[in-house]
Design a protein around this ligand. Structure first.
Ligand SMILES: Cc1cc2nc3c(=O)[nH]c(=O)nc-3n(C[C@H](O)[C@H](O)[C@H](O)COP(=O)(O)OP(=O)(O)OC[C@H]3O[C@@H](n4cnc5c(N)ncnc54)[C@H](O)[C@@H]3O)c2cc1C
Length: 403
């Protein structure tokens, strides 16, 4: 019998514990800093938990060496994760773009089936028990909490990253792995709101639009995305923005965001649409030029952005004015001033260097018996269930303990 200690009762830690418990020779101990396991999981997907994405591919992941993630993702792909959860009694539903949620629409369901299964499999749980220190012994590891000194033959660090501070995002995983000689990359918040020049976003707070986004550093294109954007008090948010946030956080200063609010129409078609409207409704004030095409508040703001006289009747607008308005719809620019911090981020870009671990087992190259999984490693995914898929896949692999 060997003792396996898993530090961190989040997504990857619970998966690692369940996997390790499949081997009857393992005594499995799961240690969680917070009062309950899966606290962050409860907040995922706006409380609905987007637990995987059926289209997950290595291109959806990032890190100094994203290929590191390939063996784990290949050995436990989304369908295997779904089979696993269905086996635990969870019923799921696939929505747009391959995003999978529990049918109950509640992240509680995901945490509950994991909890039930941990108990049924005899995993020993210590909650409200932060691990303060880990030491290497001649054989195995010493794990120190406030109250105890615990011995482990094998150790899995699954402490997550720094993102989502209020939900338990901490630096502990980096520190604990650092005690055993592992180094980390720089860290930055990802899947997070962008802070921009506030004038337009503030006026449009709460307005959503399905658009195409491009992020520029000067004239060079850094990243692109498509999907929902939402204006906020301080900038822009929403899935399409999140997908650019990693590039924004690492892209330096002087970035510009370009939004195309009519992505399914090319510039000549937009101009034709505006001309048609001028002809059909010559007495309509310019302020209403885009009514029926985009959200009313967004339409009025674009008229202002294009420097048109909002009170002028459409008949008074020449082709030059219509071209400016068409350009505003297709290439609306905002200066980017940064991103929100780790407290508002969904994931940490960067983490413990993957070069220190064997991608086929997630065992440390230089500390035998030590494994790491989940967000603590320098792998992060796009928005849409990819990060939890990495947590499940890497937790599954680490829990196999190299076998
Ligand atoms: C608001 C929000 C929404 C999200 N929505 C989604 C989504 O819908 N889909 C998706 O794929 N991803 C989503 N994510 C990202 C996803 O939740 C994480 O990538 C994932 O939970 C990482 O799993 P993990 O096991 O590595 O870390 P976590 O789930 O964070 O678990 C780490 C655990 O370790 C514990 N811990 C830390 N230090 C110690 C210590 N010293 N001792 C003991 N325990 C410790 C923590 O308390 C925590 O419970 C979201 C994140 C946030 C913040």
């Amino acid at each position: 019998m060997q003792t396996v200690i898993i530090i961190g009762g989040g997504a990857s830690g619970m998966m690692a514990a369940l996997t390790a418990s499949e081997n009857k020779n393992n005594r499995v101990l799961l240690i969680e800093r917070q009062q309950r396991v899966g606290r962050k999981l409860l907040a995922t997907g706006n409380g609905r938990c987007n637990l995987t994405n059926t289209g997950a591919a290595i291109e959806n992941y990032h890190g100094e060496n994203r290929d590191f993630a390939a063996p784990a993702l290949a050995s436990f792909p989304p369908q295997a994760a779904l089979d696993f959860f269905h086996g635990l009694g969870l019923v799921t539903v696939e929505e747009h773009s391959g995003r999978v949620y529990p049918l109950s629409d509640s992240a509680n369901s995901v945490v509950d089936v994991l909890r039930f299964s941990l108990e049924a499999r005899g995993v020993e749980l210590k909650a409200a028990c932060p691990v303060r220190e880990v030491k290497r012994e001649k054989a195995g590891f010493l794990v120190l909490t406030d109250a105890e000194r615990l011995y482990a033959d094998k150790l899995i660090v699954a402490c997550g990253g720094a993102a989502g501070e209020k939900l338990g995002g901490v630096m502990d995983g980096y520190t604990l792995l650092g005690m055993l000689g592992h180094r980390r990359t720089a860290l930055c918040p990802s899947l997070v709101q962008l802070l921009t020049a506030p004038e337009y976003p503030r006026a449009l707070k709460g307005v959503r639009s399905d658009c195409r986004l491009r992020l520029f550093a000067g004239t060079s294109l850094l990243a692109g995305s498509a999907g929902e954007l939402q204006f906020t008090e301080t900038g822009v948010s929403g899935p399409a923005v999140f997908d650019l946030s990693r590039a924004a956080a690492t892209g330096g200063k002087g970035l510009t965001l370009a939004a195309d609010f009519l992505k399914d129409y090319d510039a000549p078609s937009v101009l034709a649409l505006l001309r048609q409207r001028r002809e059909a409704l010559p007495e309509l004030p310019a302020a209403d030029m885009l009514t029926g095409i985009v959200h009313n508040r967004l339409g009025r703001m674009l008229v202002k952005y294009a420097a048109l006289d909002a009170n002028a009747p459409l008949r008074a607008l020449d082709d030059d004015a219509l071209t400016r308005l068409a350009r505003a719809c297709k290439d609306f620019r905002l200066d980017v001033r940064g991103t929100e911090g780790f407290d508002k981020a969904q994931v940490t870009a960067g983490g413990v260097k993957t070069s220190g671990f064997n991608p086929e087992t997630l065992e440390s190259w230089f500390v035998p018996g030590l494994f790491a999984c989940g967000e603590v490693l320098d792998i992060d995914g796009d928005c849409g269930g990819y990060n939890l898929q990495w947590a499940w896949a890497s937790g599954r692999m680490a829990g196999r303990l190299g076998t």
